[in-house]
Ligand binder design. Structure first.
Ligand SMILES: Nc1nc2c(ncn2[C@@H]2O[C@@H]3COP(=O)(O)O[C@H]4[C@@H](O)[C@H](n5cnc6c(=O)[nH]c(N)nc65)O[C@@H]4COP(=O)(O)O[C@H]3[C@H]2O)c(=O)[nH]1
Length: 512
């Protein structure tokens, strides 16, 4: 069984750690992806905002340059006028040229080469702003702003290389696009494709400050974001590290549980878990009518391990069957020493877990032990705990009947705390119910505790004996006796004792 368990737990640990790894990977990757998208969104918004500021400053500069040139319109383009015009671009960072237009020709310009150039083709459309090649230098691209004044038209051309630099230095990994009069500037350069064309279908408009231009950015595409994340070794390392840490934690926890199992299995095999005996006092006669067997494990390194810690592990791993067998073997050894003389019918209450009761071999367990205890003159009582929800199936009813036919009694343990219900009591008819110490603790000198009274009354009507657990004070004893309890158990009489101490207790109690 142990080898099988080892194999099973190893497989379970591998599966649990694997699932944890995959789940953590998915969750962390999703979180990283979302936060990357958010960051990108913020970055692109910042970049769009930056580009907009630059454009606005281009427009403002063009306006002020135009105002500087306004006084020169209509004047003869002589050396003095040209010199004045020539000085204007020097005052603004990006202005490439400033030109005065007369009869669709440049009559005067800050760039000598522009003078007399025919600009009909670029200004006849009536646009106030446009992007094109510079008038006299086709290798330079400019964004031009035209102002029509009563004396004539002025257009200012600004170099778009700075705008291109901004577009190309995007840290969000996404494209920004600027459309001016049907032409679009992206990091790839100037094109005659407007934003409304299908080429820019994945772009979103950025709310612009001016109607002179349109800004848009490329919508994030999940595929691109995943690719970007896959390329980022920091993200991948983080996701892998988180997944590994979580998988390791699950592995360690599972190993710890497994190691408790191993320790428990060894302790049971070596009979290091001993039975302790807690006396049960008959409330009517005050004599010791029995004892509850409670498992005690004093681990050589860990010290005292409470049953609440190891019993659940034993129950989950079927070790509970070996533990119960081991305790019974030790109890029989104790009783066979002959150091105590028990009254006939002395009850020995043994905790039976539901997982044991549900085991296929439970009938055989009953058949083995019933005659052994009958021969010792002891009545075995199986305390069935309420911790687990007992399925009152036909098979279970048959098992309970089998227990009873073999002379073993049934007690319903911890009544009132867990899953016990009236259906269990009426179907299985236990010989006794043990009222949990939680209720006994509620007994006080001056406040009534109708719940206990009701339970005792109900049990009496059904001919079921009642035992109060966890009795610690004399007033509890008095109250319970006055309310017709049948049996008392608790530190008021004695804690659970090792067999030698139990034998001494019995002697002293009898001699009182
Ligand atoms: N505060 C207080 N406590 C009192 C008093 N009188 C008795 N007790 C404690 O109440 C518990 C009674 O056992 P239980 O209800 O069957 O509850 C048991 C039982 O369900 C389970 N258990 C213990 N030994 C075995 C065993 O051998 N097999 C199985 N299946 N379960 C066991 O572990 C539970 C806890 O056992 P223990 O720690 O030994 O705790 C015992 C006992 O030490 C009292 O006056 N005051």
């Amino acid at each position: 069984m142990y080898q099988q368990y080892l194999l099973r737990t190893k497989k379970n640990r591998v599966v649990a750690s694997g699932i944890t790894f995959v789940l953590t990977f998915i969750v962390t990757a999703a979180i990283a992806l979302v936060s990357m998208q958010n960051n990108n969104q913020k970055n692109i918004e910042r970049e769009a905002h930056h580009l907009q500021n630059i454009l606005d400053s281009f427009i403002n500069d063009a306006h002020s340059a135009t105002q500087h040139a306004a006084g020169l319109i209509g004047k003869v383009c002589d050396f003095t006028v040209e010199k004045e015009l020539n000085m204007i671009p020097g005052r603004y960072m990006h202005i490439y040229s400033i030109n005065i237009v007369n009869n669709k020709h440049i009559s005067c310009s800050s760039l000598l080469a522009n003078k007399h150039a025919d600009v009909q083709h670029i200004i006849s459309s009536g646009e106030k702003i446009w992007m094109s090649q510079a008038v006299s230098s086709p290798d330079i691209e400019v964004i031009s702003f035209k102002t029509s004044l009563p004396q004539g038209d002025v257009f200012v051309a600004s170099d778009i290389r700075y705008l291109l630099d901004v577009l190309r230095s995007s840290t969000s990994g996404r494209q920004l696009a600027l459309e001016v009069s049907g032409k679009t500037l992206t990091a790839a350069g100037l094109s005659a494709t407007p934003l409304s064309s299908p080429h820019f279908s994945g772009y979103t408009l950025y709310p612009a400050n001016s109607s002179l231009y349109t800004l848009a950015w490329e919508q994030p595409q999940p595929g691109k974001a995943v690719n970007a994340m896959a390329r980022s070794w920091i993200s991948i390392s983080f996701i892998l590290a988180m997944s590994l840490i979580m998988a390791s934690v699950v592995w360690l926890l599972a190993t710890r549980r497994h190691s408790l199992y191993t320790q428990l299995a060894n302790a049971i095999r070596l009979h290091q878990i001993h039975p302790h005996y807690q006396p049960l006092i008959c409330a009517h006669t005050n004599i010791i009518s029995g004892a509850e067997i409670l498992a005690r494990w004093n681990h050589e390194e860990l010290g005292f391990v409470p049953p609440d810690v190891f019993i659940p592990v034993a129950e989950r791993t079927a070790l509970i069957i070996d533990l119960t067998e081991s305790l019974l073997e030790q109890v029989v050894d104790d009783l066979q020493q002959g150091v105590i003389a028990l009254a006939p019918g002395f009850n020995l209450n043994l905790n039976i877990s539901y997982s044991h009761l549900a085991d296929d071999a439970f009938d055989a367990f009953v058949d083995n032990w019933a005659p052994v205890f009958a021969a010792l003159g002891v009545t075995l009582v199986f305390e069935i705990t309420e911790r687990e929800n007992i399925d009152i199936s036909e098979a279970m009813t048959r098992k309970i009947t089998h227990i009873k036919t073999r002379g073993i009694k049934i007690a319903l343990d911890d009544f009132g705390t867990g899953f016990s219900n009236l259906a269990f009591i009426s179907n299985l008819r236990p010989d006794s119910i043990k009222i949990d110490r939680m209720f006994v603790r509620q007994i006080s000198l001056d406040v009534a505790t109708p719940l206990i009274d009701c339970v005792i009354d109900m049990a009496k009507r059904m001919n079921i004996l009642t035992t109060a657990e966890g009795v610690e004070y004399d007033y509890q004893v008095e109250y319970l006796k006055a309310n017709q309890i049948d049996c008392l158990q608790g530190y008021y009489f004695s804690k659970p004792l090792a067999f030698g101490d139990f034998a001494t207790f019995l002697r002293h109690y009898a001699a009182r």
